[in-house]
Structures are given as structure tokens and as C-alpha cells.
Design a protein around this ligand. Sequence first.
Ligand code: PLP
Length: 398
Amino acid sequence: MSKPKTGQRTFSFQESVIREMTRISEEAGAINLSQGLPDFSPPREIIEEALQAIQKGDNQYTFTFGSLAFRRAIAQKYASANQIHVNPETEVTVTCGASEALMNAILGLTDPGDEVIIFEPWYENYVPDCLMAQAPIRLVDLHEPDYTFDPQELEAAVTPKTKLILVNTPHNPTGRVYSKKELQFISHLCQKYNLIAVCDETYERILYDYHQHVSLGSLEGMEDRTVTICGLGKSYSVTGWRIGWAVAAQPLSTALRKVHDYLTVCAPSPFQSAGIAALGLDQSYYQKMRQQYAQRRKILLQALDEAEIEYYKPEGAYYIMADFSSVEWDKDRYQGKGYSSDRAFAEFMAREIGVAVVPGSSFYMDQTKGTDKVRLNFSKKQATLQRAAERLRKLRTK
Ligand SMILES: Cc1ncc(COP(=O)(O)O)c(C=O)c1O
């Protein structure tokens, strides 16, 4: 009897390398700085709201696009914090995490063959999302050492088939925060070539030093051509609650809402109620959160400085791209398995140093890029990072 065959839609991409590093980390008993999930608790107030919501019976489907009270809270937050003005009835869609909102936008706003511009290195979902939507990808380099794009290269990537441009600020994996000038150039291109910007602003609240977050959707002329995506996960340390949203003008929202409706029906009800409490937290919460992240960043940057490892100093989000080309390590032992140098180095890090990191090439389409880099994540308790820093001191440079 012949065996059933799977579809080919998923053949062109691999399972996430980050999950693989998490598995190796567990095997090796390493401190896992690969996956971007906090090991500390969310604010107590919002946990209580979630518990109460369950007890009060908030356990069934909400309205598909999210409870109206939560959508109103989101619209209010965008008006006051992002200078984006939307109608909560028709222009806010609550989703299962920012991840789902991204997929809804890409599927809802493209036809097969429409091209999507992505800045490289990228957050790992963008490429599989586009491949599943059969939307060819045009990559634009974020150039080292400061991960900025060349405006001419960006404009050259636009073709008559370009439909979307995906922008992620603050940026994963580099920690870059796009400047207003860069966003103005992207806005100019969107208007010149009639493109839609899909803006992933998942880390909008996590900023360092003097860096400010600007929403591309708030720039003049972008009102009708921007989907702004965010969620509760990173700002409130509740990545497992799976609450995200997409904010966009009605015609764009109408298209992406259809995907959302048939994909997931609605996001988890009790966590939408808790989301209202989260968005209602006062400014002191964000100030404290930023101070704590600044402390966490400092611990790892100090450890890298001591080990004389170069890195890009993150301006936002909670990742560091570090350059391990100066490190002495047992290349032959780990590269013998046929791995790229960064994948082999990441395995060396987990097994010999006891700190799991993500190989740099996993953020690039061309696997020869990023091979001298690894990404470390510092959304961890200071004590966890201190232990990781102790271990990083074992590294020796040439
Ligand atoms: C840039 C970026 N966008 C989206 C997501 C996914 O967010 P969510 O957990 O809300 O789906 C992540 C998660 O790490 C991310 O780093």
C-alpha cells in the first residue's frame, strides 16, 4: 500500500534553530540564553486580573476580533503613546500573539507572486510566513557594524511586484532601533511605489539610553498603508499568554481579519481581560522595566567586554549580536559534524561553556552570512545572567 504524502508548502524551510538550541541546552545543562522568553514573573496585578477573569466566567470565545473593551484599550494606547488613531470597532484585531498577526497580514494582503521586502538579518518567522503565502522575498542588508540599510539598496529592491515591506523596530536579533529619518525614507518609498508597511513593534517598550521608538504608522501619509503589530508578550513578560494585535486602516484590517477568523477564531479570553489591566499600568511600570533591562544588558555586556568579545550594543529589545571570531575554541571537535562555524560554536558554547546561544547564520537566508556571530538573549533574572557571565569568563580570546 502506498504511503500518504505531505504537501510541499513546508519543504523550503526548516524547524526553528532556536528550538534545536533549547534542546541542546537542556541536554548539556546549559543556561539557555537562546530563546527569547523571560525566566521572571509578570506584574502581579495582571496575573490577578487573569485569575479573576477565569473565576468570573470569562472562559468562552470572545468576539472574533477581540473583546470590544480590550480593543478600546488598545486604540486608546495607540492614540496616546504611538500617535496612531484608529477605530476600535473596525481597525483593531486581537490575535494569538504578534506571530499570528504577522501571518494574517502577509496572507491577507498579498496574492501568490506578490513580493515582500525583508531586512536581513530578520526575525525567524518572516521568511517561513512569506514562503507559506507564496510571496517571493527580496532581502535588503542591514549592514554591519551598526546594522543600518542603504537607502539606494532599499529602493533598488522595489519591483513592480512589491506589495509589502516588513519593518521590525526595535529589531530582533540586533537590538537596533530605527531612526525617524530611516522610517521617513521607508514611508517615502511606500508612498512613491504604493506599498504597504507591516511594522512589527513587539519590543516597542524595551529601549535603552536615549533611544526613542517611532511608529512608522504615525508618519504622515502612512495612515492607510501600515499594519502595526505588537502584543503583550514582551512588554509584560507573558509570552505564553499568546495575545497580540494588528492595528490598521479598515480595508487592510478587513482583509487580515478574515484570515484571523478562520485560523484561530479568537485569542484567549481571560488574557484579553488581563490585557486591559496591562495597558492600564502607569508609566512607573515601564520606567522600572527599562531600568531592570538596562541592568540585565549591563551584566552581559560587561562579561563580553572582559572576554574581549566584540558586539553590537543593543539600543532596544533584549538581544546582543556578538562576534566570536576572536575566541579560542575547539573548532575541529565541533565543526567535524559538518556544521557551519557559528552552529558549531553555538554547540561548543552550550556543551563546554554552559551557555546556550543562537547561531548567527540562522537570521540570514544565505547561510554563509552571520557565521562569525551568535545571539544572546538577556530577558533573564539578574541572578541567571550573573551565572551566565561567570561562565562566559571561561572564554579565551586569541
Ligand atoms: C520581532 C518579533 N516579532 C514577533 C515575535 C512573536 O511575538 P508573539 O510571542 O507575540 O507571537 C517575536 C518573538 O520573539 C519577535 O522577536
